[in-house]
Design a protein around this ligand. Structure first.
Ligand code: ATP
Ligand code: ATP
Ligand code: MG
Ligand code: MG
Lengths: 265, 265
C-alpha cells in the first residue's frame, strides 16, 4: 500500500483539494483508496458532502484508541473510503500532549489499512504540530502541495527539517516522494520562476538531500480553475461537478503520472 | 488607539498581505502604525524585508516577559514599526500551556502601545490556538480576512464562537469590527455568491449577533492581483513594488474606507 501524507504548513495551498480529487482520480483508475481527514476544520470531510451528523466516530475517536479503523471508515465513493474529521479534533493536540507514544497513535490505528487499501492519503492541517507529526509517523511518503508563490519557498525548509526529524527519531521509512504545484497561474511570470526555483532546490546539494532521494516533482501542474473552488459547495469531486474542466483534466493527469511513477519505480 | 487582530483560521486567505499593505497605507495616511507578527511562519516579517539575523528580540521574547515592547519594535517604514516573529514562536503554544494567565501575556506586553501608536495590527496564524487567543485578548477589534470561496463560510461560525468565548471570559471590549474580502476574482460567479452570502449572514438573526453589532463589511474588495504575490519576494509593500497596480489601489482604498468609518463612527 502507498501511504501518503499531503502536507504543507502554509495555509490554503491546495492540500485538501488535492486529497479529494487525486483520491477520486486514483479510485476511478481502480485503486482502493482510503482518505483520512486530519484537519480539525474538516474541509475534506465537507468537500465530499458529509453532513455534520454523519461524522461520528471520527479520526478523533480513532486517535483516542476507542474505536477501530473499521468502525470509522465510510464508503464515500466507489473504491474510496473516508475517515472523517470533526470539531472535537481541535482539542486533540492539547489533550494528547502528555500521552505516552502521542506521535504514533495514528500509525497504530491505521495498521489494518495495509491489507485493505492500495492508497492511503492523509490530509494534514496547516501546521507542523502533533496532528501532522502523527501523519508523518504513520506514512512512508510525503506529498508536498506547493503554491508557486514566494512565501511558499520560505516554508519549505522548515517542513523538510520536520520530516527529517520524524524520519530520524520515529519513522525510518519516511521520505519525500513528490511535490505538486497547485493553483498554478500560467499567465504570470512568478509561478514559472518559483517552479524553476523549486526544481533547482531539489537538485541542489543540501544536508537533508537523502530525504528526497527518490522524490518526483510532478510535471502535471494543477492550474488555477474556479471549478475546483466551486465543487466543495456542492459536496462533489471535480469529476462529478465538472468533468471537462481544467481542474478535472489536471487531477486525472496527476493520478496517471503518479501511477506511472509507481509502476516504473 | 485602534487595536485590531487580523484573523481567520483558514489558511492562505490574505491575512498577512492585508497586515503589510493596510498597515503601509494607513501609515502613508499619517497614522502611527504598530504591526505585530504573531505567526511562527513569520511571513509578515519576511514580507517587510527583515533578515533572519535582525529578528531578535522578537514577539516570542515579548510573550515570555523577558523584554519590553520598546526593546522589540523595529521601525520598518516611515510611521510604521514591527514586532517581528521568528521560529522560536513555533514552540510557544506548547511551552505556555501551563503558564498562569497564558491568554493575556500579549495584552500586558502591548499596554505601552496605547499612547505611542494610532493603530495596532496583529497578524494571526491560521489556527484558533493560544497565539490567536492572545491576540483576541489583547485587542478591541477583529478584522476578518475572507476569501470568497465556499469553504471560507464554513470556518466563519467556529471563528465567531471563539471570538465570543474570549469576549465573555477574558475581554469584554472585543468585537468584530470588519470583514474584508480578499483574493476577489470578479470574473467568477462564486465570489459574488459568497460575498452575498457573507452579507446575508451578518444581517441575519443569530445568537452571537451582538458580537458584530458595529461591524463594517468593507465595500472595498481586494482583487486577485499577481503583484501582491510578487511583492514579498522583494521585501516590499505593494506601494513600493507597484504603485499603480490594482493591489495598491485596493489597499489604499481599504485604508481610506477604514479611516472614514472611524471618523464617522
Ligand atoms: N487549483 C485551484 N484553483 C482554484 N481554486 C482552488 C484550487 N485549489 C484549491 N482551490 C480553492 O482554494 C481554497 C484553498 O484550497 P484548499 O482548502 O485545498 O487548501 P489547503 O492547503 O487544504 O488549505 P488549509 O491549509 O486551510 O488546509 C479553497 O477554497 C479551494 O476550493
Ligand atoms: N489579492 C491577492 N492576489 C494575489 N495573490 C495574493 C493576494 N493576496 C495574497 N496573495 C498571495 O497568496 C498567498 C497567501 O496570502 P497570505 O500569506 O497573505 O495569506 P494568509 O491568510 O496570511 O496565510 P496563512 O494562513 O498561511 O497565514 C501569498 O503567497 C500571497 O502573496
Ligand atoms: Mg486543507
Ligand atoms: Mg499569514
Amino acid at each position: 500500500m502507498h501511504s501518503i501524507a499531503i502536507t504543507n504548513q502554509k495555509g490554503g495551498v491546495g492540500k485538501t483539494t488535492t486529497g479529494v480529487n487525486l483520491g477520486a482520480a486514483l479510485s476511478q483508475a481502480g485503486q482502493r483508496v482510503c482518505l483520512v481527514d486530519l484537519d480539525p476544520q474538516a474541509h475534506l470531510t465537507m468537500h465530499l458532502g458529509l453532513e455534520p451528523g454523519e461524522v461520528k466516530p471520527s479520526v478523533y475517536e480513532l486517535l483516542g484508541g476507542s474505536v477501530s479503523l473499521e468502525e470509522c471508515v465510510r464508503t464515500v465513493r466507489p473504491n474510496m473510503v473516508l475517515v472523517p474529521a470533526e470539531i472535537d479534533l481541535a482539542g486533540a493536540e492539547i489533550e494528547l500532549v502528555g500521552v505516552v507514544g502521542r506521535e504514533i497513535l495514528l500509525r497504530d490505528a491505521l495498521d489494518p489499512a495495509r491489507d485493505r487499501y492500495d492508497v492511503l492519503l492523509i490530509d494534514c492541517p496547516p501546521s507542523l504540530g502533533l496532528l501532522t507529526i502523527n501523519a508523518l509517523s504513520a506514512v512512508e511518503e510525503v506529498l508536498i502541495a506547493l503554491q508557486p508563490h514566494f512565501l511558499a519557498l520560505q516554508g519549505l525548509g522548515k517542513l523538510l527539517e520536520t520530516v527529517s526529524l520524524v524520519q530520524r527519531r520515529i519513522n525510518a521509512r519516511l521520505g519525500i516522494s513528490g511535490v505538486v504545484l497547485c493553483m498554478y497561474d500560467s499567465r504570470t511570470a512568478l509561478c514559472g520562476e518559483v517552479a524553476a526555483e523549486v526544481s533547482r532546490f531539489f537538485k541542489s546539494e543540501h544536508p537533508l538531500k537523502s530525504l528526497w532521494q527518490g522524490a518526483h516533482i510532478f510535471k502535471t501542474y494543477i492550474r488555477r480553475n474556479i471549478r475546483l473552488a466551486e465543487a466543495p459547495g456542492h459536496g462533489k469531486t471535480i469529476f462529478e461537478y465538472s468533468q471537462s474542466s481544467h481542474g478535472a483534466q489536471d487531477y486525472k493527469a496527476l493520478a496517471e503520472e503518479m501511477l506511472a511513477f509507481w509502476r516504473g519505480a
